[in-house]
Design a protein around this ligand. Structure first.
Ligand code: SF4
Ligand code: SF4
Length: 305
């Protein structure tokens, strides 16, 4: 396996090779190639980078076994001009904090979104565990950020060599989250108004719809993590196989039954305030309290039901 450091050296060697190409190739920009060539190049780079990640595994100390953290991602694309992006500004969706792709990057042409399923080795342990948290889920969850950072940093660098500029709103210093108290049925809840939402852009990029548990249900289920990037290069949008924002949810109520806090109801979805309060009760010096029982042992865990 090629380590990330070696990969960057190889990428650097690629940039050096460009120095001997004709002058017009040096004025590198995504418009030097046709849209689907850029898309194929991006997908190939993402595939290679993911398989070369050297931090996508975790040692479970209790079992003394190393398991993968995340599986290879599903990928979806949306045009920066997708009309859905304007609808996200409505208070009942995300709210006025939301910024459409061109408000982040005026030259934005598209958005790419990745859904990485949690590995089956971790999901199966969490599914079987009788307790709300367990070692595999906690250790895996704790590594999501590092794995996603390594992947998106590598992809950002590789896209630059192709003349494609990108921006990751959730890593930008201006990214904001505001929370507002709301009522959900007859219970107090909290609404998060954010300047970017991976779940919402994934919906726009054809990756899936929301469920009663508020996670995104893709064709590989809901138990996964998302990353997205705004690009200054056109990509063919991924057609959405749905119209309704909750179309992939069969409203079976299995996630309601899985929740140890009683924080989910089919009528009022996941109560984020109750979920957060319960997670805080799980946290100890030795346990970060990543619950996530509503992500496993349900019909939408790893498939679209
Ligand atoms: S478990 Fe059932 S109700 Fe809950 S999100 Fe999945 S499909 Fe919807
Ligand atoms: S994370 Fe846990 S507490 Fe929160 S909704 Fe899911 S199952 Fe319930």
């Amino acid at each position: 396996m090629i380590s990330r450091r070696n990969f960057l050296k190889i990428a650097g060697a690629g940039a050096l090779a460009l120095a001997v190409t004709p002058l017009d190739m040096l004025v590198s920009s995504c418009t030097n190639r046709r849209g689907n060539e850029n898309q194929r190049a991006l997908l190939a780079a993402a595939d290679r980078l993911f398989s070369q990640l050297d931090n996508n595994s975790v040692l479970l100390p209790g079992e003394q076994i190393v398991v993968p953290v995340l599986d290879a991602p599903l990928v979806g694309f949306a045009s920066a001009d997708n009309p859905l992006f304007e609808t996200f500004k409505r208070d009942e969706v995300i709210g006025s904090q939301w910024r459409a792709p061109k408000e982040w990057m005026p030259e934005a042409k598209s958005v790419v979104v990745f859904f990485f399923p949690v590995s089956s080795a971790i999901r199966s342990r969490h599914r079987a565990a009788k307790t709300a948290t367990n070692e595999a889920w906690n250790y895996g969850y704790g590594k999501h950020g590092q794995v996603l950072n390594a992947f998106t940093d590598g992809l950002t660098a590789e896209l630059e060599t192709m003349g494609i500029h990108s921006l990751i709103p959730t890593k930008d210093p201006s990214f904001k989250i505001e929370q507002h108290p709301v009522m959900s049925g007859d219970k107090e809840d909290v609404h998060y108004s954010t300047s970017w939402s991976n779940r919402h852009v994934a919906f726009a990029a054809g990756l899936g719809t929301f469920g009663v548990h508020r996670h995104l249900i893709t064709k590989s289920g809901c138990s996964g993590v998302l990353a997205s990037m705004i690009l200054d290069c056109e990509m063919e949008p991924t057609p959405a196989a749905y119209k309704d924002p909750y179309e992939n949810c069969i409203h079976c109520g299995a996630c309601v039954a899985r929740c140890p806090a009683g924080a989910i109801s089919v009528e009022n979805l996941r109560n984020l305030k109750e979920c957060r309060t319960y997670a805080a009760t799980l946290r100890t010096e030795d346990d970060p309290g990543y619950c996530g029982k509503c992500l496993v042992g349900i019909p939408c865990e790893f498939v679209k039901p």
